[in-house]
Write a protein that binds this ligand. Structure first.
Ligand code: ATP
Ligand code: MG
Length: 799
């Protein structure tokens, strides 16, 4: 069978167009017939009140018509059912999050109680701000930890290596080479081992998984405490191990895990549950708000860019957005950046001046004229093309990795170690083969290696490899013209392109921002050098300026972030007036890159089969109706249901949501499933069963605790098998009233709604389920976000 993961990337435009036309034709036939009264219109045949309508609604009663409808429905099914099943199978590990607030009776009671106590929402709001403060502060402190440990270890490593290299000559290079291999291989082994065995979700930059989380998909273990440790220690190991990666991306994931940990005040990893009055935040939508603040704080600490953090949360995650939330996210970012700044300045004995892990240094003398802008746009085009190439190679590599290395942890670790050894070996080989020497005075590198050079000079290639990537990047931006020569830079940029491409996707915690910027800064500098060669007397050509534009273009072409990336670059360079050229470059790179493929994060999301909803509904979606997308028949529950029935339904299905309908309104024969009253989740039913909220028992005491019971069980709910063993035969015959717990105002949609409309509801409100109703408020189908994601990715990619 065709692998689903490849489908979104099949881009044979001609074939696609033809398929779209065929699909349109098919759909219009389908819609014309299937959206007739068929499944949808109220069928009055069994409706005693509407007996007189029987003749007009004859489709379902009439045998032939019924057959037609069934065959059409099965036609839709055959087209999509197998692929749909495969899609569900592949995305089984990812459940939906419910960002809709369940305004049930318990919720109202809780609100009333708070009001009666005179606390209203003020107490809750105050607690939120307090939690936000701690999230910001802890994220800043984490960044400090990473910064200092990386600095101390890399200083030690490169000092030692520099000493070894400077005291040896090209004929006795074994010792420094072996030392380099060991100092790369050992940390990477440790980091990779931690990530692979402790928290595989901590691999990579973490941005894709946080994007998924904010989009409404629960990626297992994504915000667990153990993930935080694996991420933090892992990134230290990767950077110290000399891999082509940065420590900035993982900060975003670290911030998100900190946010989840603090706001939930519990940890599954350590089996801790603090009763400190934060249980109100144990809901998907509250947790999501904190996680977005944490991610923003991560950006702020990583780049010293609080505004960039806010915009990152907006651009990459949020479908939800309100003024209060923006304020909180901004506050969190500022606290995080301030904490980092204060600790770094106190420890370094300086005035406050390092708001982030990454600091490009100030580009004071940077200016431009309007006639340079086309040149920047052209560099954006180049960045877009190279970014698309980078993404393409990385995608192919990821597919290979999924095929050969998934579920083989030892191989994944070995792969990471081999790449780290290769990185050292390539650096070492280049230093030997293409060594060029420049006088020491023009170089500002921390570790000048005189290896193979006459006295007073140093090896230029070594200056590129012998540093943390951040320091090299800063050098590329600020070193004087003439520091770097064309040949060294060209060789470096080509090798670094492939090394960083291979590095992203290893089972290690690693960021992509720095490699992306490095590549661009290198070819940007080459552009600068080329221009000053062609026009030697022009004063506006500074190679540092072109390095910055190149860096923006390259990163924009890879990650395809626009607003947040521009603001991050403006804030890290401290130069607002250069904002417009950066913006033009980043936007051009994105547009050009988007012509060829998606951004790297979206590619990785697509390859892991996450049911992710993009920003826009699929093309042609206004011609597809709810009836085509929905799942039918629906398993519904009555407002008062026998415990036995509930247990049976829960054990025989895997559905996570059930429409609740009026008693005695279910008509199996006409495929309508009762008059709609609300929606109840599997998790709510499990908690109710566990707490024995049965009508036959006195429930006064149980009601009081029910809310806290729901909160304490979040997000790991009771086990059905265990509940079934505990229930007595007598209890199975009892009744459960679902009304106080179900969501009475869960979103529903009419059968006539288009896919476009459903998509917008899901995307804007972060829904998990939507119930499809007919004209008479009867349940005829259900759509989940996964069903929708299936339509948006697989179904449309197929055509
Ligand atoms: P998630 O599990 O993340 O909530 P999902 O799409 O897997 O998303 P499930 O509740 O597991 O949702 O249901 C699986 C499939 O069954 C979906 O295609 C959905 O449309 C359908 N479905 C969900 N609830 C019901 C129900 N009560 N009756 C009939 N079909 C349902
Ligand atoms: Mg499911």
């Amino acid at each position: 069978p065709r692998s689903i993961s490849h489908l979104p990337y099949k881009r044979n435009s001609e074939r696609r167009l033809q398929k779209v036309r065929d699909a349109q034709k098919f759909r219009s036939t389908l819609n014309r017939t299937a959206s007739t009264e068929s499944l949808i219109n109220h069928d009055a045949k069994n409706d005693d009140q509407n007996n007189n309508d029987v003749s007009t609604n004859h489709h379902v009663v009439n045998g032939d018509a019924n057959k037609t409808i069934t065959s059409i429905v099965s036609m839709t099914s055959t087209i999509s059912q197998s692929v749909r099943r495969m899609y569900h199978q592949k995305s089984l590990g990812y459940e939906g999050l419910d960002y809709d607030i369940c305004e049930n009776m318990l919720h109202l009671e809780e609100e009333n109680n708070a009001r009666r106590k005179g606390l209203g929402n003020h107490y809750l709001e105050f607690t939120r701000w307090l939690v936000i403060f701690f999230i910001g502060a802890l994220t800043g402190l984490t960044a400090c930890c990473i910064l200092f440990i990386v600095e101390i270890l890399t200083d030690y490593k490169y000092q030692k290596l520099m000493y070894l290299l400077n005291s040896s000559n090209p004929t006795s290079m074994i010792k420094p080479y072996i030392t380099w291999l060991l100092t790369n291989g050992i940390p990477v082994f440790l980091g990779s081992w931690m990530v692979t065995y402790m928290a595989p979700v901590a691999a990579g930059s973490g941005i894709p998984v946080i994007k998924c989380y904010l989009n409404g998909v629960k990626v297992p273990e994504v915000v667990r405490v153990k993930t935080y440790f694996a991420k933090m220690i892992g990134v230290i190991c990767s950077v110290v191990g000399g891999l082509a990666c940065g420590k900035e991306g993982p900060m975003i994931h670290c911030g998100a895990t900190i946010a989840a940990g603090i706001s939930q005040a519990k940890s599954t990893t350590f089996n801790l549950n603090f009763e400190i009055g934060l249980s109100r935040f144990r809901e998907d939508h509250e947790k999501r708000d904190f996680v977005s603040a944490g991610a923003a704080a991560g950006v702020a600490a990583a780049f010293g860019s609080p505004l960039g953090g806010v915009l990152f949360a907006l651009e990459e995650g949020a479908s939800f957005w309100n003024q209060q939330l923006v304020l909180r996210i901004f506050f969190c970012s500022l606290v995080s950046s301030f904490t980092l700044n204060s600790v770094v300045s106190v420890l370094n004995g300086e005035r406050m001046g390092s708001p982030g892990l990454l600091n490009f240094g100030k580009f004071q003398d940077i200016d431009y004229s309007f006639y340079e802008i086309p040149l920047y746009a052209a560099m954006g085009v180049f960045g877009g093309i190279t970014g698309a190439l980078f993404n393409l190679f990385n995608m192919k590599l990821t597919i290979l990795r999924q095929r050969w290395l998934d579920n083989r942890p030892m191989l994944r670790i070995a792969e990471a170690v081999i790449v780290s050894l290769l990185t050292a070996s390539i650096g070492f080989a280049l230093m030997n083969v293409w060594s060029e020497c420049t006088p020491k005075t023009t170089e500002e590198t921390h570790f000048p290696v005189t290896y193979g050079c006459p006295k007073g000079q140093h090896n230029v290639m070594a200056a590129l490899w012998f540093n943390t990537p951040e320091a090299t990047l800063k050098n590329l931006f600020h070193n004087k013209d003439g520091t770097w020569n064309v040949r060294t830079l060209t060789i470096f940029v080509i090798t670094y392109f492939f090394i960083s491409c291979v590095t992203y996707g290893l089972s290690i915690s690693s960021g992509l921002f720095i490699p992306g910027l490095m590549l661009g800064a290198t070819w940007g500098r080459l552009v600068g050098i080329g221009l000053s060669y062609i026009m030697p007397n022009e004063t506006w050509i500074h190679s540092g300026k072109f390095a910055l534009i190149g860096a923006s273009a390259s990163l924009g072409g890879i990650v395809r972030m626009t607003i947040s990336l521009t603001v991050i670059l403006i804030e890290t360079t401290g130069n607002l007036s250069f904002g417009l050229p950066i913006m033009i470059t980043v936007f051009t790179a994105k547009w050009v890159g988007d012509y060829f493929n998606e951004g790297i994060y979206d590619i990785h999301i697509g390859l892991s089969n996450v049911p992710f909803l993009g920003w826009q509904p699929p093309p042609d979606s206004s011609r597809i109706f709810a009836s085509e997308v929905m799942h039918s028949p629906v398993t519904s529950l009555q407002v008062r249901e026998k415990v036995r029935n509930i247990v049976n339904i829960l054990s025989s299905t895997h559905y996570n949501g059930f429409p609740v309908v009026d008693e005695n309104t279910i008509h199996q024969a006409v495929r309508t499933f009762g008059r709609y009253r609300g929606l109840i989740l599997r998790s709510q039913l499990l908690v109710m069963l566990k707490a024995r909220i049965f009508q036959e028992y006195s429930l006064d005491a149980a009601w009081k605790d029910l809310n806290s019971l729901f909160r304490n069980s979040y997000p790991r709910y009771p086990n059905l098998e265990q509940i079934m063993n505990e229930l007595s035969t007598n209890e199975l015959e009892m009744t459960m009233d679902l009304r106080p717990v179900m969501n009475p105002s869960a979103y529903t949609i009419s059968h006539a709604a288009s896919l476009n409309r459903i998509f917008r509801l899901f995307r804007a409100l972060g829904l998990r389920h939507i119930v499809v109703l007919n004209d008479y408020n009867e349940v005829i189908g259900i759509v989940t976000r996964k069903d929708l994601a299936f339509y948006c990715t697989v179904r449309f990619a197929q055509h």
